[in-house]
Design a protein around this ligand. Structure first.
Ligand SMILES: Cc1cc2nc3c(=O)[nH]c(=O)nc-3n(C[C@H](O)[C@H](O)[C@H](O)COP(=O)(O)OP(=O)(O)OC[C@H]3O[C@@H](n4cnc5c(N)ncnc54)[C@H](O)[C@@H]3O)c2cc1C
Length: 428
């Protein structure tokens, strides 16, 4: 509630700034409305940075994927506000090529902000269609976002009446300073502090299913702790100032001193992970996330994994084994074929040590397969969950279609929505 009110406060603050010193008597309602939309749209764009700045206190109540979803959706709302502002404010009837070139600076900066915003949204919606790699898109997204906010602020400074009095200049100055501080914090201060405390890559191990386990050691004396299911942002060997870092879930037990992640070769970067040399520095920003059995206690757990979605879930299983936690756990683990089932031998070893039932589901089973075949459905879950499953906490991680299917299946089976937790790997 606090963060929702804080968000609304910052978004609406520019309207208060505009009102200070009285409204402009020559402005009619439509003009004031258009100006208000422009202000609110700009505040929303500025706050987009805060939403993805990975502040643990802001992310904790919602989860980072929910914040990212909000970042994406509120971006469309902000764009709509800005477009209506432009549509109402522009003097369309007087628009000629000659006049457009001789337009005052405020129009030029306004147009620069609008065009950058349109480019930013278009490259985000159509990234895959435009064949932009994630890294390229991320770099362009960061640069365009800064251009949008800076040019929009300059646009306001040129509209004299909004910064005419000293108090308004101070208030707008503070808002601009907050934006600059946020950017410097995320891009300079945080990476600089990570550079002072590099981790070390200790071991690179091959697993089934094109998956690689990386064992990492934190800096001496760091006293690093995470909760099973949490993730961090990693940068290997490169400088911590690199714009793009990759998120991976911790796969090791939260009770062990060795920290591990399991990475599946799915793209440009993840396909090179198996070639990393032990000994290189690793920069780690984390732990993050609320997808954890430690945050959602229950009398038992249902874990539903698809492919590399097992990473955070095996951390939960390993941690419970180390804690000698005897609460029942049903792990439904979907893969394409039997040979590609990462950690299957270890799961066999862990099952007798704890109250763990592993249900393998193969979409392309071998001819002799007698286990579950096909996909995760409500019928399959009803078959393998115990009678009191509605009181369990459920954790789902895997490819998006499997997650959607598993989530709806659980709701269909009468599990309350607040007992179903998801971690989506496809953030973009
Ligand atoms: C919270 C979270 C936890 C994750 N945990 C694991 C894990 O334990 N093991 C694992 O193998 N994978 C995990 N992933 C997915 C992993 O981060 C991406 O597969 C990886 O970053 C892809 O990089 P790439 O360059 O190889 O792929 P690319 O070919 O560049 O991209 C493939 C897709 O991965 C996504 N992606 C790429 N780079 C990033 C990035 N820097 N940040 C966010 N998304 C990106 C994009 O949607 C992209 O379309 C996790 C993702 C998230 C969001």
């Amino acid at each position: 509630m606090f963060w929702v009110l804080a968000y609304l406060g910052v978004v609406l603050a520019p309207l208060v700034f505009a009102l200070i010193g009285g409204s402009q008597p020559h402005h009619d309602f439509v003009t004031n409305f258009s100006v208000a939309l422009g202000f609110v749209g700009l505040a929303m764009m500025g706050l987009e940075f805060a939403l993805v700045a990975r502040f643990e206190t802001v992310a904790a109540p919602f989860g980072e994927d929910a914040l990212l979803q909000f970042h994406r959706q509120i971006g469309y709302v902000g764009l709509a506000f800005v477009l209506i502002h432009v549509a109402i404010s522009a003097h369309w009837d007087e628009l000629t090529f000659h006049r457009a070139i001789r337009a005052p600076a405020l129009v030029w900066f306004g147009m620069a902000a609008l065009l950058s915003l349109l480019a930013l949204v278009a490259t985000s919606i159509w990234r895959k269609r435009l064949r932009l790699s994630y890294e390229w898109w991320h770099h362009a997204h960061t640069v365009l976002a800064v251009v949008v906010v800076v040019t929009a602020l300059v646009h306001i400074y040129f509209v004299d009446e909004y910064v005419s009095s000293l108090i308004k200049q101070v208030l707008w100055g503070l808002m601009t300073a907050a934006f600059v501080v946020l950017t410097v914090w995320v891009r300079v201060v945080k990476p600089w502090s990570m550079r002072q405390r590099p981790w070390r890559l200790e071991r690179v191990g091959a697993e089934r299913g094109q998956t690689t386990t990386l064992q990492l050691s934190p800096p001496a004396g760091a006293g690093f702790r995470f909760e099973p299911g949490q993730f961090a942002w990693f940068s290997f060997g490169r400088s911590p100032f690199a714009l793009t870092k990759h998120p991976f879930s911790f796969s090791s037990s939260a009770e062990q001193s060795e920290t591990e992640i399991a990475v599946k070769a799915l793209g440009d970067f993840t396909s090179t992970v198996s070639e990393l040399e032990p000994g290189i520095p690793v920069y780690v920003d984390g732990p993050h996330g609320v997808f954890s059995i430690d945050q959602s206690e229950g009398p038992g757990f249902g874990l539903i994994a698809g492919g590399v979605g097992i990473a955070g879930l095996i951390s939960m299983v390993r941690t419970m084994a180390d804690r000698e936690d005897v609460r029942p756990v049903v792990l439904v683990y979907a893969n394409r074929d039997w040979e590609g089932v990462a950690f299957r031998e270890e799961l066999d070893r862990l099952a007798p040590r704890m109250n763990l039932t592993v249900v393998h589901v193969l979409s392309d089973p071998p001819p002799e397969w007698t286990g579950e075949a096909g996909y995760v459905t409500s019928e399959l879950l009803a078959r393998c969950l115990p009678g009191n499953y509605r009181r369990f906490q459920f954790f789902i991680c895997g490819p998006a279609p499997m997650m959607d299917a598993a989530e709806s299946a659980l709701l269909e089976l009468g599990v309350a929505g607040e007992r179903v937790h998801t971690e989506r790997f496809d953030m973009a």
